[in-house]
Design a protein. Sequence first.
Length: 637
Amino acid sequence: MKTKLILIITVYLQFIPFPGITQPQKGSDYPALAQANYAIFIIDFPDTKANIRALYPSVDEIKREIFDSTRFIQKYLKTMSYGKFKLTGDVFGPFTHQDSVTSKNNYQMDSYATINTMSIPGFQYSKYTHVAFISYNDWNPGGGCSYGKSGRTFTVNNVKYTLPEFFRMVLAIGPYNRNTSYGFTNQYTDQFMSQIFVPTSELPGGEYFFANYSGLTVFQRVFLHELFHTLGEWTHANSSTNGDRYAFETEIPDNNGFLHYDYGNFMDMMGNAQWGLSLNGGLRDLFGWTDQTNRVKLESYGLQRVRLYPINRKSGTRICEIRIPNHYYTRDPLDLYNFPVNGRKNQGYFLEIREADRYDSTLNHPAIKINTSGILLMSTDGWTTYLLDASPSPNLKYDWGSIPDLRNIVLKPGMKYIDPHVRFSGVEKHPDGSYSVDIEIIDPSILPAKTSLNTPASIQMISGNVTLTWNESKYAEKYFVQVSKDPTFFVVLKSDSTRMDTTCILPGLENNTKYYWRVRGKNAAGYGQWSDVANFTTTLVGIDNQLINQKGILLSQNYPNPFNTATSIEYSIPASGHVRLSVFDASGRELIVLVNKEQYPGNYEVIFNPDRISGGILFCQLKAGSCIITRKMVYMK
């Protein structure tokens, strides 16, 4: 009994970072995966119809498709590995399964487990590092699955072998389930389809479908995805989104698990892959394909400016790896079905840039092209990567459910992203397609710096609202604002700012009244000093048909107003820029974000249906840079 108790304590010590014994960094760079040699077996079935069998690619054609250096798969692997990896192997078959396929005896997916017809003279199993099975299929719709050392077996020359890391996949040709009433598919030649989800106000179906611009076939997509799994990437490229909030903020209601969305990276071969096919920097890191020639690695507190080139370029720093000191993955020691801990690096982030190259050419589509105009942010737990949204917008909702709106997620010039661990700001685009960004790993022991206020002494109240602004406080994650008529006794009228903005709106103040106010920042270390006290006097401004602020932003009269179902709001700005159009209730609570994207000169119309909003007075706020204007609306529910 004593021995068992000691063993359990030892297991716990591996995974729990007790105070006083934590390490600033765990893990180290992974060794580069340079080569893998695959034995690939083709299996078909005796009852396949002749017209279908005639469409199956030959073994020689499959061998060329996978191993010919001039074809997509080999070129893709060379680009993703920066020339560090080589895939070799042999293709055997086709071997016809001894049994026919029926609805009760469907061997098409796991046919390798029961086939006894594979005979290969001189077969040497020991020369291969991995195994794959491709089932020629006129029954099952397709797909694949990968396995680690599962203990499963297969038989060649009547000799049974235990499988190492392997995958099996289906190459489907013919109508689904051999039913001619369904459409005909040929996954060897059919292009992998792209799908872009949009609001139903833009498109009745709420989605665009089109062939992936790269020419990727369904076969190539499934093969590469499962290949990466068996090479050691036993996870997916996920995403972490939180509607119109950042992922690190309090989760919105009905977020449907999108903080840990499997396959959630639409721009990754190990994710959804519909918008881009590249392998992100975090996954390349796990294969050891990142080093000092293509990556900058930050792992100490402090500020550094980094210049990044698009991830598939042949030179320059293309990946930024950030590892947070003393911040590493822990798990329940009784959870045995999980990814490695020993040797895993600290939690952190990866930054990269995408351009519309051969593998991400779908980013030419106007609905998602904006994602080539900034920096992609990804968090990592040390193993899995999670694509973050640097420009949050509400989830897209349909009759069948909802999905994150990832059409515009990059960190662009003029934007910043601050969470409890890092600060990204100062984004600058260069003529050669590279971007520079200031990256600060925040020291959790340093309190926010004292800030200063910049609201004028006389402030206009639009629709009863005033807007207060202040200068940024170094190390602050959020701000607390206090306002009072008495400079010796403050009350909290606004508990924190909207995300990391140095702006807040206060509704319901009295007209022609003097107020005193102050601000302080907060982070993981605690509260910073209060700013010096400033004062302002309110002046009520009536609602005109048009409101134009000092920078030329125009917010036209919304129509109809009052409204009972929907209303339209038109606005224009004098130059391109990041625009945020929001709706607040009378208490200042943000209800919905209508627009949160890059816009250009001209007039724009936004239509919304506030079916979840109580009736009464609402305020529409337009923000572009530091310029903010507000309009009152009346919702007659």
